[in-house]
Design a protein around this ligand. Structure first.
Ligand SMILES: [Zn+2]
Ligand SMILES: [Zn+2]
Ligand SMILES: [Zn+2]
Ligand SMILES: [Zn+2]
Length: 337
């Protein structure tokens, strides 16, 4: 997947592909492609550096055969390149898992819209707007008057300072959201953290490895803007793709728009459709615009609307509606286009 290390003019993906194609061979017996000598794979162990598809008994045979093999070799590499691109696209355009886990209280899908959920620095849970708004009861069935976490009933932090102190504890426990947030504090130099792009990047990598899709996006931005690393647009794109594959809707939306700007309407539509299924209403607006401009069909737009409805059906809840009606800060979806 990483298009960075060039090796004989063939990128890593393709090398992996060629290596895999090769392991299908009978490993016990090999034949030198030049002189025809047979032997065990230990004896005939010189492989063509580029395509890795042919073997030789020694370096001299390999050199002798080079000219004759050139055309085949190019074909092997071409096929492997094609296959690697195919596999990459398969992975890239697969519907990813939802960006957030279900709400741990009502067990419904967590809304994608930021105001539809809240991260609790006490227990590290993400609770939906409906459950945040609903009264909390004690064991006798009485409403708890003090503001407490709806999940673990720890009193709500009294200040940002207290919330950040709690978050630090979550970082020590390996909570990817807390680690991601710590990365943000370093990146922006806030909440008492001195701005440090290298430390920010470290946190993003750690959070990403622990499954935080958004952290991949932030690594992408670090490469895009050269924060803590040299500017490298190719690496940035690689991390944006990883973010999208892991379920980050914003990354998916940006990839879709990049394809749109490159006039790759098919790929643009695919990205936006995936983001719409993930509950990203901005992508629905883009597909509507594509339809208006004649870049998408009426069927595409109808499908986009249907897909968004499907998502809305999954997050719909009376409790969340009640919360949203009471306070705009509990709004949990947008109507889209
Ligand atoms: Zn030979
Ligand atoms: Zn070759
Ligand atoms: Zn809930
Ligand atoms: Zn809690």
């Amino acid at each position: 997947m990483v298009h960075q290390n060039q090796n004989d003019g063939v990128c890593d993906d393709v090398n992996d592909m060629l290596q895999n194609m090769n392991t299908g061979d009978n490993n016990n017996a090999s034949v030198c492609a030049n002189c025809g000598k047979e032997g065990s794979s230990d004896e005939i162990k010189n492989t063509c550096n580029k395509c890795k598809q042919v073997k030789y008994c020694n370096a001299a045979c390999k050199k002798k055969h080079r000219h004759k093999h050139k055309k085949d070799c190019e074909e092997h590499v071409r096929l492997a390149t094609e296959r690697a691109a195919e596999l990459h696209n398969e992975e890239l355009f697969k519907q990813p898992p939802p960006q957030n886990e279900d709400c741990p209280i009502c067990f419904l899908r967590l809304p994608t819209l930021r105001t539809g959920r809240k991260y609790q620095t006490c227990c590290g849970k993400r609770i939906c707007s409906g459950c945040s708004f609903a009264p909390v009861y004690d064991n006798q069935g009485n409403v708890v008057a003090k503001k407490v976490c709806a999940f673990c009933r720890t009193p709500t932090p009294k200040s940002i300072k207290e919330a950040v102190e709690r978050e630090k504890k979550r970082v020590d426990l390996g909570d990817p959201i807390a680690i991601h947030n710590l990365g943000n504090y370093y990146r922006k130099g806030m909440h008492g953290f001195r701005q440090d792009h290298v430390k920010a990047l470290e946190q993003y990598h750690r959070a990403a490895e622990l499954g935080d899709a958004g952290a991949y996006s932030n690594i992408g931005y670090c490469y895009m803007y050269g924060e803590g690393v040299e500017v490298d647009q190719e690496k940035a794109n690689h991390y944006f793709e990883l973010a999208a594959i892991s379920g980050d809707n914003t990354a998916r939306f940006n990839l879709g728009n990049a394809e749109l700007n490159g006039d790759n309407m098919d790929r643009a539509l695919k990205h936006h459709m995936i983001a719409i299924r993930g509950g990203f209403s901005e992508s629905l607006k883009v597909v509507k615009e594509m339809y208006t401009n004649g870049d998408a069909t009426k069927e595409d737009y109808t499908e986009a609307l249907r897909t968004y409805q499907e998502y809305l059906g999954e997050i719909e809840s009376a409790q969340r509606d009640k919360a949203a009606a009471a306070y705009a800060q509990y709004c949990y979806y947008e109507l889209g286009a």
